[in-house]
Design a protein around this ligand. Structure first.
Ligand code: BGC
Length: 432
């Protein structure tokens, strides 16, 4: 059992001292606070401690990476990292599950709100939550009946989503503690700050062959891009599919657990750069076919409101909405547009690019308002999970998910946030 203990933030004196050093110019160009402040950092890991006023607003007005304690799991301290940029965009990430706990952006009137689903504290993430913000692995999405073979060797994985294996099994990468290292501006390529997270998955973990070393790096730049780079190596042939499982609601999600009046995301306008999607059986395993979207409710090649045709799916066998992998146009391995989302009322926009061949579009069909679901109801968030196709280890027609010793798994996915001003004629002004 995971133990939970919410730690207190560092003493006010430490925070004030660090604030004074920043005010006195000690934070320089802002990549981190002064060495003194960093030494007093919450986690003692090189990131400056989060300042009291910044915890609420995330606004540092500069590229910065800060940290604060976020509780404990089995005696291990968990740290939250706050990445922020000059426009006031702020992204929080914890080293438990490599989870994105919040993304704060401005709307068209400059109102700054969190736009991802999550919990107010660590305890929520320790239960069987719906993978809010997490890195899923070793195999994100489903493997039919939890079985696959590599050569003559057959492997059996946990059936944690009857009758299939889902998101890495009973204890996936979303439930382990990663080794984190904050990345100051000087440590990243170009102008950006970030956090690098590493996890060693032992041979046989959750039934998967081979010891796997995974690195996930989140970086934030001043162009409001949140970039996720993945790398992995193995010592035996294994299967691998990694993704980030953020749920989005660009209308704004209160971080403190208040859910009254929270709108669904059915009014968001979505464009998916995919001429084909993968139809599924009644257990959500792809049939193996790549079906043209043209003339179906799955067609998002031109922008449509997410809710516009969802009723057709709900009346069918589709489990209450979209939960399908789309085959992206373009080449796997090449960075290409995956999706564009606009929330007309707030003006907030998000564009997703990826090197992956697919994106799982999931409309939060199984969110049921329960505590385990953070109180979120059906369709209060949607996911755009860039990844390889579900059940690829059993489907020869799909792009390969086998990783062999000597090879390096690589993926890059970029989320770019912005604001579409009224009357901008569809033009997206990137500003936060
Ligand atoms: C899957 C859904 C599942 C959700 C939460 C998504 O990636 O496609 O079917 O309910 O994750 O587990």
């Amino acid at each position: 059992m995971n133990s939970f203990h919410r730690q207190r933030t560092p003493a006010a004196g430490v925070l004030l001292a660090a604030a004074w050093l920043c005010a006195a110019g000690g934070c320089g160009d802002g990549s981190t606070a002064s060495p003194e402040a960093a030494a007093n950092g919450a986690a003692g890991n090189g990131a400056a401690p989060v300042q009291p006023n910044e915890r609420d607003t995330g606004r540092t007005g500069m590229l910065a990476v800060q940290s604060e304690p976020f509780g404990e799991v089995d005696g291990q301290p968990i740290t939250q990292y706050l990445l922020s940029n000059k426009n006031g965009l702020a992204v929080s990430i914890i080293d438990y599950g490599a989870i994105v706990t919040s993304v704060v952006t401005s709307d068209k009137d400059g109102r700054r709100e969190n736009i991802t689903l999550g919990f107010a504290d660590l305890e929520g993430y320790l239960g069987k939550d719906p993978y809010f913000g997490a890195i899923c692995g070793r195999y994100a999405n489903r493997i039919a009946r939890g079985k696959f073979s590599i050569g003559d060797e057959q492997y059996e994985l946990a059936i944690n989503n009857e009758p299939n294996h889902l998101h890495g099994g009973t204890k996936g990468f979303n439930e382990v503690v990663w080794q984190a290292r904050p990345l100051s501006n000087e440590m990243t390529e170009g102008e950006a700050v970030g956090v690098e997270l590493k996890y060693h998955s032992p041979d046989g973990e959750e039934g998967y062959p081979g010891a796997l070393d995974v690195t996930v790096t989140y970086t934030l730049d001043n162009d409001d891009r949140l970039r996720i780079d993945y790398e992995a190596v193995t010592d035996k042939p294994t299967v691998l599919n990694l993704t980030n499982h953020c749920y989005w609601n660009l209308a704004g999600v209160p971080p403190d657990g208040r859910r009254e009046g929270l709108p669904t995301m059915l009014d968001h306008e979505l464009m998916l750069n995919a001429d084909h999607y993968l139809p599924v059986d009644e257990t959500l395993i792809p049939t193996g076919e790549l079906k043209p979207v043209a003339g179906t409710p799955f067609d998002f090649t031109e922008p449509h409101k997410i809710g516009e045709r969802i009723g057709v799916l709900k009346a069918g066998v589709e489990n209450g909405g979209y939960d399908h992998c789309y085959a992206l146009n373009g080449q796997p391995g090449e960075l290409k547009l995956a999706a564009r989302v606009v929330h007309p009322e707030s003006g907030r926009t998000m564009q997703v690019q990826t090197t992956e061949p697919g994106v799982q579009f999931y409309t939060g069909n199984f969110l049921d308002g329960s505590e385990a679901n953070g109180g979120f109801e059906q369709h209060q968030g949607f996911c755009l999970e860039c990844q390889h196709y579900p059940n690829s280890p059993n489907e020869k027609r799909f792009p390969e998910t086998l990783l062999k010793p000597g090879e390096v798994y690589r993926q890059t996915t970029i989320h770019q946030f912005g604001v579409q001003l009224p009357g901008a004629g569809g033009a997206v002004k990137v500003s936060n």
